[in-house]
Ligand binder design. Structure first.
Ligand code: NAD
Length: 255
């Protein structure tokens, strides 16, 4: 039961972040949402589960905006008890053709923002001696795929950062862990399916081929399943899960 806990989920206007926000809200947490696009319908959806969520539109590429978001969390909700670093972007190109600005954005959003939100959330967590930092990396935090160098570098970075953070907080009530999803059908993955269709793969086969390449289950992982794993990591039973990189990937990294 997460009554009395405040959860900030970055990138929670769609996809996995919204799925995790839904599960945490159902468990009683006060949510703070963040992200671009249609924030209005995400906010309504979460409000219908009980508590009106907070929202901050920080662009996570910008440290000053992250600092403003964390000040907002502090002043409006008394700090963040559960921090879910979920926002992320993808870009697919070989290293020698990888646009420098895409590299910089991916490192800033997928990796550096995790450092910034964590360092800013920690003081209040230490004061309460309770906290959960859950970072959404990817199977690409554990293994690589070609043409995803920035993403793979950032996600491996998140796994490493989280281990270090878990050691620093090992004797406290604060835990830090990474969740490593395989393919989940969200706008981020739909883009990659669309790219294959544009390259000539028949639309009805594009999804199945994408799954068949990497994910032995042949099925997408769902945002709700990832939300349930995050909820477990928030529980008291999970207090000794520290610095883990927990894959939920239909068998992807077992190969
Ligand atoms: P998505 O595109 O549906 O959602 C991404 C979210 O991040 C959105 O809310 C978006 O507004 C937000 N966002 C993007 N740039 C931002 C910025 N600069 N500042 C603030 N918010 C920003 O993607 P998703 O598939 O739900 O991905 C969520 C996370 O899960 C990402 O970190 C992604 O790398 C990871 N992931 C996804 C998959 C998958 O198969 N979909 C697999 C493994 C890991």
């Amino acid at each position: 039961n997460l009554n009395g806990k405040t959860a900030l989920v970055t990138g929670s206007t769609s996809g996995i972040g919204l799925g995790i926000a839904r599960v945490l809200a159902k468990a009683g947490a006060q949510l703070i949402l963040n992200g671009f696009g249609d924030s209005e319908s995400a906010r309504e959806e979460i409000a219908q589960l009980g508590k009106k969520p907070g929202y901050h539109d920080a662009d996570l590429r910008d440290v000053l905006q992250i600092e403003a978001m964390m000040r907002y969390a502090e002043s409006q909700f008394g700090g963040v008890d559960i921090l879910v670093n979920n926002a992320g972007i993808q870009y697919v190109a070989p290293v020698d053709a990888f646009p420098v600005e895409k590299w910089n954005d991916i490192i800033a959003i997928n990796l550096s923002s995790v450092f910034h939100t964590s360092r800013l959330a920690l003081p209040a967590m230490r004061e309460k001696n309770w906290g959960r930092i859950i970072n959404i990396a990817s199977v690409h935090g554990l293994v690589a795929s070609k043409e995803k160098s920035a993403y793979v570098a950032a996600k491996h970075g998140v796994v490493g950062f989280t281990k270090s953070l878990a050691l620093e907080t090992a004797r406290t009530g604060i835990t830090a862990n990474t969740i490593c999803p395989g393919w989940v059908l969200t706008p981020l993955v739909q883009q990659q399916i669309d790219k294959r269709i544009a390259e000539g793969v028949p639309p009805e086969q594009a999804r199945d081929l994408l799954l068949a390449e990497k994910q032995p289950s042949g099925e997408f992982v769902t945002p709700e399943q990832l939300g349930e794993l995050a909820l477990f990591l928030c529980s008291d039973s999970a207090v000794n899960v520290r610095g883990a990189a927990w894959n939920m990937d239909g068998g992807w990294v077992a190969q």
